[in-house]
Each structure stands twice: as C-alpha cells, then as structure tokens.
Write a protein that binds this ligand. Structure first.
Ligand code: PXG
Length: 460
C-alpha cells in the first residue's frame, strides 16, 4: 500500500488501533506511528493482499515458512476437524493425542537418518530453548556436568527467548536485554562474500571451521556441551557455506565429543532442495530443531528431533523430565502440521524444490549477476540472495550498510513484491509451490526494483 495515497477509513481505523495498542516484534514504534502499519488482510497461492486491495507477490513465504502457499483447503480442513474433535488436551503425565502420535511417526520418516524422537514446542525459539535444556540434562545424566558451554556462530539467528537469543550471534539481539547469558560463545561463520577478503571460498570455509576448533581448545573440550548452527544461515544474510565447511565441522565435533545441534528452522522442509539442510550438506546431527515449514506457518508448532545418542539416555532415565509446555503437541497444530507434510509429499514439493522449480528459480537469480548494482548472487533450492554493492570488483559495499537495501525493499513494496533486505543483501525464499510464470514475474519485479534503486543512486 502506498503510504501517501488516500486510504480507506477502515484501514485508517485499524492503523489507529494498532498504533495505540499493539507492541510489534522487531519494529521501531515511533516510525510505525508516523507511517501507519501495512494491513495484510488475505492471501492466496503466492500472493498477499492488503486492506486497500493491493496485491503483493510474497518472495519470502511469510517469514521463510509458507512452504505450501496460502489458502490450502487441506490444512484448513485438518485444523477444523481437530478443533471440533479435540480442540485441546495436553501431553503431560502419560497422555497423548492421535495427531501428535501420528506427527511424531511422520517426522521419523522424513527427518535426517537417526533422528526419530520428537519433543514439541510452539516456536523455533522455544525449540532451541528446549534443545539447550535437553543437552544440559543429557550431560548431567552422563555424569559430565562441566560440559555446559554452547558454541554458536556470529551472524546466526536461533530465536529470541533468553537462551535462544544468547545462542544467536546477530549483535543487535543482545545489548537491549543484557545478553548473552553466561555459557554462550560465538565463533566465525563462513560468510565469504562479506569477510572472505582475498581468500577463496574454500579457504574461508576452513578458516571459519578452524575458529571452532580454536574455541574448543581455548575452553577445554571437557567444558563444551554442543555446537549449534543453521545449515545455511538465514536471517544473518543467507550465508551459504563452501563445500568443504560442514565435513570439517563434523570432524571437529566428533574429535572433541561435542554434540552437534542443527537448527533447521529455515532450511527444513524442502527449502534447500531436500527435506532438510542436513541432507543437502551431508550433516549427521545429534539433534535438530524445526518450526516454520513444519506447518507451513498455518499453526504455531516446532519440534526438537533427537537421535539415538541423546534419545536413548533421555528415554531410559528413571526420573521425570521436568520440561514441557501447556501446548506441546497441541492437537490442532499437530493435525495441521500432519496435513501439511502429507500435502508436501502428495505434491512432491521437496523433489520440485530440488528439481525443476529450484532450477528455474536459480537460473533467474543468476541472471541478476550482470546487473550494475549487483556484486554477486547465490542460492540453493528455493533460497536466493542478491548482494547490492558499490564496487562489483572488490565486493565493496555502499557506506551506511542497510540504507541502499532499505531503499530497494521500499521500491519492492511499492511495486508489488516482498523481498527482504538484510543490510544490503536482498533475500528471497518463496513458497515451494511457486510456478515458473510466477518465478518469472518475481524476478521481473526484482530487476525493476534494482533498476529503480540504481537510478536513485545514479548508477548506470
Ligand atoms: N532458528 C532459526 C534458524 C530461525 O530462522 C528461529 C530459530 C526462531 O523461530 P521463532 O519461531 O521463535 O521466530 C528462527 C526464526 C528474518 C526472521 O527477518 C527470521 C526468523 C524469524 C523472524 C524474522 O529473517 N527466523
């Protein structure tokens, strides 16, 4: 919606209520009160519609999550059926419900090899928080209570609860809340484009992996609980690791008996062209965290998947595990997640993301490499990043990183495209259902908005 055009009284009323009473996630409220929120009222397929009737193609699948696209009857029906049959009951104290039981079974079929027991939470942040607790508990049960430090990476995003935000390595998540908590440290990430300098991507991959080994040696392996990482870093700027990175990370974790917890919240459920990022990069995790695509965002649900090493210890403990949420394995959320996974299987969405749909998306993305404002593109499956730079040769950024990205993103909104700006990196992650012609439309708009941004900057 254009913020300057005349808007309807209904939209104005919603904006006023919102500005007066709604504390938004990740929002500068002073700015919001000035401009008025964009009100999204409905969605269909890959398109969103705002309260003024403007259509936007959703290049981000919501927040990287709407794998099956919007408006899918199958998911709505599954939710409705569960709401009528069993709108709520809990899974505490030796109780379950059919949906949670069937979802656990389904997850054991699609998850990376060995991951076959699942703890349910309601968000990716809660999933990581739960994983941190399960790992602490595991080392306590193993008689190694000193193994408690978590190592994550710079520019990682693992959520916003106190522990998940501590795990996250994006610096702006910490100072407002006096984080990170003790016991969370961060090492280098394989961001070759921004930090690789003269190194080759592979040299940079080894450099980043070595920083993990250095940190373990500095802390003492007897004090390190786990290494936590996303296969491809999402919110940190779509950082795709060089080919040699993950093998080296795994070698290091095994050598020092450090658990490997993989955060699949973005990469899971087809995003990288396989069911999980672990499959794409040959990672053999001890535990994984998943959310977003698990229900295509239709219901809040997350799951921590546990392999035999940790699972056998937890399942064979004689004491009650004192952890769980009122809504862990909520019947409606589990029913919708189950219907989502069945739909993904029926429509072969993962195979398509790793096949023709992904290939067409990557081809269109790579065509933007030649744009005068673009210093490089990169992608995998249905993930894509476009680096806006001042100097294409040196990958040099414009001063005040983020300004040009925001400018480009604003052109996108005005032209009917949702494309995320992370600093000056433009990011795409559309629904896996996107068709060839919709992909063409998305990239035609992306090119137009890069052209408009170049014009603003006087770049020919
Ligand atoms: N792990 C990863 C890898 C994520 O990307 C979370 C955990 C936390 O999930 P919840 O459900 O608690 O939000 C995420 C979430 C962005 C953006 O702007 C990314 C996320 C959330 C909001 C915004 O890129 N990722």
């Amino acid at each position: 919606m254009s913020q300057t055009a005349a808007i309807s009284n209904q939209t104005k009323r919603w904006q006023e209520m919102d500005a007066a009473h709604h504390l938004h996630p990740f929002t500068t409220h002073k700015d919001l009160a000035r401009t008025g929120a964009r009100v999204i009222t409905r969605a269909e397929g890959v398109y969103l519609y705002d309260s003024e009737g403007k259509r936007l193609i959703d290049g981000m699948a919501g927040l990287w999550c709407v794998q099956v696209g919007y408006g899918r009857e199958e998911l709505a029906e599954a939710g409705y059926k569960a709401l009528k049959e069993l709108p709520y009951y809990n899974n505490f104290f030796q109780t379950t419900n059919p949906y949670a039981a069937e979802l656990s079974q389904k997850l054991s079929e699609v998850c990376p090899k060995g991951i076959d027991r699942f703890f349910f939470a309601n968000s990716g942040s809660e999933g990581n928080d739960s994983a941190i607790k399960l790992i602490r508990y595991y080392w306590n049960l193993m008689g190694k209570p000193k193994k408690k430090t978590f190592i994550a990476r710079k520019k990682s995003y693992h959520g916003v609860t106190l522990a998940a935000a501590s795990l996250s390595g994006l610096p702006h998540l910490h100072p407002q809340f006096d984080l990170p908590l003790p016991g969370f440290v961060h090492v280098e990430c394989p961001d070759w484009f921004a930090e690789g300098g003269e190194r080759t991507p592979e040299e940079h991959g080894l450099f980043a992996a070595k920083s993990l080994e250095d940190k373990i040696l500095e802390l003492g392996a007897e004090n390190v609980a786990a290494f936590v990482a996303e296969p491809v870093q999402g919110a940190g700027g779509l950082i795709i690791p060089p080919a040699n990175y993950w093998a080296e990370i795994q070698r290091i974790c095994r050598k020092y008996d450090v658990l490997l917890h993989i955060d699949e919240v973005i990469c899971g459920f087809g995003r990288t062209g396989n069911w999980f990022g672990c499959d794409t990069y040959g990672i053999e995790p001890d535990m994984i965290n998943m959310a977003k695509g698990l229900s295509s965002g239709y219901q809040p649900i997350a799951a921590v998947g546990v392999g035999a090493r940790v699972g056998d210890v937890l399942f064979n403990s004689d004491e009650e595990m004192a952890h769980g949420y009122t809504y862990s394995g909520h019947p409606v959320a589990a029913a919708v997640a189950l219907a989502n996974l069945e739909l993904m299987q029926k429509e072969k969405l993962v195979e398509k993301a790793g096949g023709a749909t992904g290939a067409h998306f990557q081809k269109r993305l790579a065509e933007l490499d030649a744009h005068p404002l673009v210093g490089g593109t990169r992608g995998v499956g249905l993930l894509g990043a476009i680096e806006i730079v001042k100097d294409r040769k040196t990958r040099g950024k414009f001063p005040d990183v983020g300004t040009v990205g925001a400018q480009c993103r604003n052109h996108c909104f005005s032209n009917g495209l949702i494309m995320r700006a992370i600093g000056d990196t433009m990011v795409l992650s559309p629904p896996l259902t996107i068709t060839e012609s919709e992909t063409d439309e998305l990239f035609a708009l992306a090119r137009r908005c890069l052209d408009l941004t170049a014009k603003d900057l006087g770049v020919a």
